[in-house]
Structures are given as structure tokens and as C-alpha cells.
Write a new protein. Structure first.
Length: 114
């Protein structure tokens, strides 16, 4: 399975971006697909995940601002980010929790700055 992340960019504080994670295989067969992020000088941290059972999970820091969704027909997971803050600046990585193991996608840079 390969994961292709896209949609990053430069946005002003308070703005919005939508990230996409396109999988080469069926996301319905994965336990969960989600997003992590890593800011400069910091450890990679969990952002959000969508499980095959239909539930979603969010880090406290993004609850109410970010929404994760999936399109099983397109094998794609989205992260809609709103009310962006400078502290959301990071490289965002797509991640899949597989039946056996896990898979990471390449990162996409999100920069929130005026």
C-alpha cells in the first residue's frame, strides 16, 4: 500500500486548507487512516484518524477546527482544516493502520503565517 498526501501550502491565520491522502489500496480494509504532524524541533504527533468502523478521533489541539472524512470509493481520506493557527505549522503525514503493520505517506507542508 502506498499513501500520497497533497494539499499543503501557505495560509494566513484563520484560513482553511484541505489535505488529501490517496491510497493505492482499499482504505475499507485498513483499520484506520489518519494524519500526524511534525513541527520543526518537535516530535511527530497524532492529529486525527478515521476508522473502518466509522468512528473518528482527534487530538485535543484540533478538535472543533479540523474534520477528517473519507471517500471509500476513491480510497481517499481528507483533512479539512479551519481556523488555522501559526502553531498548526508543520509537515503533515498520512498514516494507515493496517491489519499487519502500518504505512506512512510522504509529508505535505502546511505553513500558517501572515
Amino acid at each position: 500500500v502506498q499513501l500520497q498526501a497533497s494539499g499543503g501550502g501557505l495560509v494566513q491565520p484563520g484560513g482553511s486548507l484541505r489535505l488529501s491522502c490517496a491510497a493505492s489500496g482499499s482504505i475499507s480494509s485498513m483499520n484506520a487512516v489518519g494524519w500526524y504532524r511534525q513541527a520543526p524541533g518537535k516530535q511527530r504527533e497524532f492529529v486525527a484518524a478515521s476508522t473502518s468502523g466509522g468512528s473518528t478521533n482527534y487530538a485535543d489541539s484540533v478538535k472543533g477546527r479540523f474534520t477528517i472524512s473519507r471517500d471509500n470509493a476513491k480510497n481517499t481520506v481528507y483533512l479539512q482544516m479551519s481556523s488555522l493557527k501559526p502553531e498548526d505549522t508543520a509537515v503533515y503525514y498520512c498514516h494507515a493502520d493496517l491489519l499487519f503493520g502500518e504505512q506512512w505517506g510522504q509529508g505535505t507542508q502546511v505553513t500558517v503565517s501572515s
